[in-house]
Design a protein around this ligand. Structure first.
Ligand code: NOJ
Ligand code: CA
Length: 700
């Protein structure tokens, strides 16, 4: 509406009115967005949820290296509103159909001063939040430009509770802190987190996104970004007195933020909001803001579960490396084996046998290729070539053996942070995977990045991760990236980019103080908002699994089962050792049964930091699976089974904590019971401290 009026006024040559036809608004259901130009010509936006302020008037803008960015006075030259309501199907995921319903407001702005550059800001207002981005149209006055800062702010109306990790340029693998915004200070945590190899967090008041907030007025708010391509990750500086958050972009090696050429645009800045915590987890806003799949043929992309020669290295039972040193050779000039090399043919076959017996799709093997003697800490190139196996890893024999058993091998490419080196070998590395029939690869970037001075979460690396996904797609290989930038929904655009780590996974329980029981109740509200994580659940031996005997996985065994439902990934590991699973094959049955691809998902109950219950319907089947977890507190969780098909009887198999289970004292105590249920039944699950429950429902 305001468009046509405005165009008419402009055409009539009424320049006085060209200055201030703001505020402009867009809304959908309870969410409304207002755009305005301040008296000084600076643009700002406001978000409300019903009558409640979510984001108070907050600045928009960018600073450029040439001093002529969008930080000064701007004029509004036009705007458009459009409504979109469409439905699309992801290649894999938590639901079969995704509704993309929003009202879009585009504002066209121009610098008042010379050179009069033009900028668009596009807002999309959904029923569960807002996304907006800056767009730089093609124009004479703006060819190449360098972004030095983004001025985007999120002015929060009160001192919310925040679930945060430090804003670190190189890692997201921290423990979460729950505090008021006014108490955010990451310095002590950054300093003591020695288990994380590379930490660069120069701003003690910076936090990473996804940032989860809870307001005292009952609103749940999540701030993140969508479609982070050709741009650094956004972190947030917290002004503790005013609760104002300001975008901080991860710099490159010379301190710039992004090199762009118009036409170009930034990623979407996202604010998901609801008065129900469950809605935050059900939100598809971030996926909706990503581009549709660039891959036309996606038949070859297959979700799967896998085991791996992996946890045994994490817990020190075996080693990635074959020899102790590259510099000590035997009389024949060969490496001297330590005898502790995990990726040997016989051991790999043992995992293949286990996967075949239990119908798991894949086997990951780490430490199979030469280089691991020298992989960590040297900040150098050419450590790995990604195609040369150690002498005791017979790649042909292993591939044939796996094929004969109907199991697929998963490749591992650790780059030790030398991304340039990996790019040089990408093509041969993926040809090698094709030759030996590996449909997926886990990549890794432990250590400081090469090109030296670049950060894991800067513009250069964000482009690198996309290049890897594209090259993998060319070879029909799916990817699981460790130590990558945290996801922003790009798996919609590159569905073969199936998972990332980019967060604190189960592995921290192997080599550090681990993660407390509340950790997995926070992760879905933070790290998982951007997409699937290779969290590596399924540890059954929860105590005495590593040499010091002091560490503990801070959950019960039943909770490890529940994680297969509460933490979504289309690539899901059964992370423990076959011998530990063999001790509890009755419980392992749940891991064997649980799908990794779903037609429907219901978030039954959720509170960040406290509890989560999720139910999901298997792809193409009327089978449901439920996971329920709690933090350190025991809990009774009632679950109405109204998601089941009415009139049908189902056999429910309930894998629950035993009466005396407790993550500290008795973590492996579980009980498995069976019950006939219908959509009218209610289950009451008893969750132990640090506990959980997993349930499968199959029609009778
Ligand atoms: C870190 C990864 O997160 C872990 O899973 C892997 O085993 C090591 N790097 C070695 O690549
Ligand atoms: Ca890691």
């Amino acid at each position: 509406m305001h468009k046509s009026l405005f165009v008419v006024l402009l055409a009539a040559g009424l320049p006085a009115l060209a200055q201030a036809p703001t505020p402009l608004t867009a809304h959908l259901d309870k969410v409304s967005l207002t755009f305005a130009l301040g008296a000084n010509g600076q643009p700002n936006y406001t978000i409300n949820y019903e009558q409640k302020p979510v984001v108070q008037p907050s600045r928009l803008g960018l600073v450029f290296q040439d001093g002529q960015g969008f930080d000064g006075a701007l004029t509004l030259t036009g705007s458009e509103i459009k409504d979109v309501d469409e439905t699309w199907q992801p290649v894999w995921g938590e639901v079969k159909n995704i509704r993309n319903h929003y009202q879009q407001l585009t504002v066209h702005l121009r610098q008042k001063a010379a050179p009069g550059r033009r900028l668009d800001v596009v807002f999309r207002v959904f029923a569960d939040g807002v996304g907006f981005r800056y767009e730089f149209p093609r124009q004479q006055a703006l060819g190449n430009f360098v972004v030095m800062d983004e001025l985007t702010e999120f002015a929060l109306p009160a001192d919310h509770q925040a679930f945060w990790i430090p804003g670190d340029y190189d890692t997201n693998e921290y423990l979460y802190t729950k505090s008021r915004l006014s108490a955010v200070d990451n310095s002590a945590q950054v300093k003591k987190s020695e288990e994380i190899a590379v930490r660069v967090a120069p701003d003690a008041q910076a936090v990473a996104t996804p940032l989860m907030l809870k307001a005292d007025n009952g609103l749940y708010i999540n701030i993140h970004e969508a479609a982070q391509v050709n741009y650094p990750a956004m972190q947030l500086h917290v002004d503790r007195a005013s609760h104002r958050l300001t975008a901080r972009l991860v710099p490159d090696a010379v301190g710039s933020k992004a090199f762009l050429h118009a036409p170009a645009h930034t990623p979407w800045r996202t604010v998901v909001v609801s008065d129900k915590a469950t809605d935050i987890l059900a939100s598809k806003l971030i996926l909706n803001l990503n581009e549709p799949s660039k891959l036309t043929n996606t038949e070859w992309i297959k979700p799967m579960k896998f085991v791996g020669v992996w946890w045994e290295m994490q817990i020190g039972k075996s080693d990635w490396k074959y020899a102790n040193s590259l510099d000590t050779l035997d009389a024949k000039g060969q490496l001297i084996p330590t005898g502790r090399h995990g990726a040997n043919t016989a051991n790999v076959k043992r995992y293949i046998d286990f996967a075949a017996q239990h119908h798991l799709g894949g086997v990951l093997v780490e430490g199979w290729n030469v280089g691991w003697e020298d992989w960590f800490g040297n900040w150098k190139e050419n450590v790995f070539d990604f195609v040369t196996p150690y002498p005791d890893f017979n790649v042909q024999q292993i591939s044939d053996y796996a094929k004969g058993k109907g199991v697929q091998m998963i490749m591992h490419n650790e780059t030790s942070g030398a991304a340039t080196n990996y790019e040089q070998h990408l093509d041969t590395a993926y040809q090698f995977m094709n030759k030996y029939g590996y449909p997926a690869v886990k990549t890794g970037y432990v250590g400081r990045i090469i090109p030296r001075g670049e950060h894991h979460d800067g513009q250069w690396m964000s482009n690198h991760f996309v290049r890897v996904a594209e090259m993998a797609a060319k070879h029909h290989v799916s990817v699981d990236m460790h130590e990558s930038v945290r996801p922003t929904g790009l798996s919609r655009t590159y569905p073969n980019w199936m998972a990332s780590e980019a967060g604190r996974g189960n592995e921290y329980n192997a080599f550090s103080i681990g993660s407390p029981p509340e950790h997995e109740t926070i992760m879905p509200f933070t790290r998982f908002m951007g997409g699937p994580m290779d969290y590596t659940p399924g540890i059954f031996k929860l105590q005495n699994y590593e040499p010091t005997g002091k560490r503990r996985v801070q959950t019960t065994l039943a909770k490890q089962l529940a994680l297969y439902v509460t933490l979504y990934s289309p690539l899901q590991m059964a992370a423990d050792l076959p011998e530990n699973y063999n001790e509890h094959l009755d419980a392992f049955q749940f891991i064997e049964d649980v799908p990794v691809d779903w037609d429907d998902t219901r978030i039954v109950a959720a509170e960040p930091g406290d509890y989560l219950t999720t139910a999901r319907r298997a792809k193409g089947k009327d089978e449901w699976y439920l996971g329920s977890i709690t933090d350190e507190n025991a809990r009774q969780q009632p679950v109405k089974l109204d998601f089941l098909t009415p009139g049908r009887r189902y056999q429910a198999i309930i894998y629950a904590d035993a009466k005396d289970a407790d993550w500290q004292k008795n973590p492996a105590a579980y009980q498995i019971t069976r019950q006939v249920v219908t959509s009218k039944s209610t289950l009451t699950l008893r969750l132990a401290p640090g506990g959980g429950a997993a349930v499968s429902f199959k029609p009778l």
